[in-house]
Write a protein that binds this ligand. Sequence first.
Ligand code: NDP
Length: 331
Amino acid sequence: SRILVTGANGFLGAHIVKEALDSGYLVRGTVRSQAKADDLKKVFPSDKFETAVVPDLITGDYTEALIDVTAVIHSASPFTMGLTDPKKDLLDPAIDGTTNILRAAYAAGVKRFVVTSTVGALPNKPESLFADTTYGPDDWLPVTYEQAASGTLPDFIVYITSKKYAELAAWDFAKEHPDVKVTAVNPTIIYGPVIHPISSLKSLNASNMAIYSLINGSKTIPPDSVPVFCDVVSAARIHVKALDSEPTYGKRVLFAKGPATMYQILQVIAKARPELADRFPPIPEVDPVAGKAISRIDSRIAMDTLGVKGLELEETVLQTVDNLLELEKKL
Ligand code: NDP
């Protein structure tokens, strides 16, 4: 059967396409322009993969994109910092974009949806993911839409709030349409090799940029905003495996492999890739966040029901670093 993947040319989206093709699905992926479609087709030359151009998440017309589609993985969502307008840049495309694709697909007869949310939609204890707690599917970020739209919050908080309300939009839709089966996938920050088309490392996706900034000579350590990680192949696999897994209907599938502070990531790189030493920022003697509790994420559905255990930190970081160095040479 054929599935539609939105944001197919994104970091995670391209891995979802790959996992779905590897699992035998026919895949159609949406992108915003014909040029992006052409670039993505080069990554997936398979005749089981096709593209559809939908220029705008909020007003986009999915009629053609949805022909012969039985399920939708909605992964497109802006994950950008440096906002000028929180509503226009993040909140509206995330939230209204979710409602738009769900409505269009439902009208076309689609009943099965997997939507990409984030662990960021969970933290409701002080200090977010630095809380001595296990976050589970009943936890929701308390930040409100109005607060996020006000222009007074840091960009990252606006981003996770956009994801929270986008996920809620999907749950509301499912409530209104009991024949619709939604699964939300809530991965923590995702690292891993880039397979999607990028023209420059300046346009590297936000999460991998944290790792790249440790080795690109900028000599700064990014803030520890998300101290738990997962790898991109596992995150993508969860989306695809969930498609035909009834126990995930109506569920939030949380996923994190374990802690990953910037200091720990730098340690992994320093140990295994000492030849990069002149690019590293000064390595602190101890982890600046040592001693702070790091939250656990209840990943049982992903790990036990879907059997996706996730790669360890060392493998994830080194795969990412080696891939970024390759890209440096190519671009
Ligand atoms: P990318 O920026 O690499 O990909 C985002 C995708 O969404 C791209 O295909 C992009 O298209 C599309 N998109 C963004 N904004 C719009 C818009 N306004 N209209 C239409 N399409 C748009 O990010 P990721 O791969 O990291 O993110 C993919 C999903 O995973 C998102 O839903 C994100 O919230 C979620 N996520 C990511 C995590 C991470 O650490 N990376 C962690 C948890 C969740 P274009 O290329 O044209 O901009």
